[in-house]
Ligand binder design. Sequence first.
Ligand code: ZN
Length: 138
Amino acid sequence: MKSYHKELFFTVPERRGFVNITPQVEDCLRESGIKEGLLLCNAMHITSSVFINDDESGLHRDFERWLEKLAPHAPTTQYAHNGYEDNADAHLKRQVMGREVVVAVTAGKLHFGTWEQIFYGEFDGRRQKRVLVKIIGE
Ligand code: ZN
């Protein structure tokens, strides 16, 4: 069995944002040479997510509005976590959107359903953060 891993780096210039990272993940898969197996992709921070959904800008605005309703950023004093930090909402948003995705690798490609793409979800940005890609198989 082969094993491969790589860390990807992302800096979202705003507090929140979604980035389609499918091309970078596909580069990792090509680089690994693995044709059959499993690919794990996870955020390495507790205020950002990796998730799979549609690359459609209206849906991304809907996610943003929905998450702001669930866990509004302000007033920051509403959260017990906010003392030295002001990012309690980011932890909650990340929890809803998830930490990682696992995608089957078949014939050297990501075995997606129709419209599936991999996204990095940032909820406390304006600094560099990491995503891990781990692939096992043969
Ligand atoms: Zn925090």
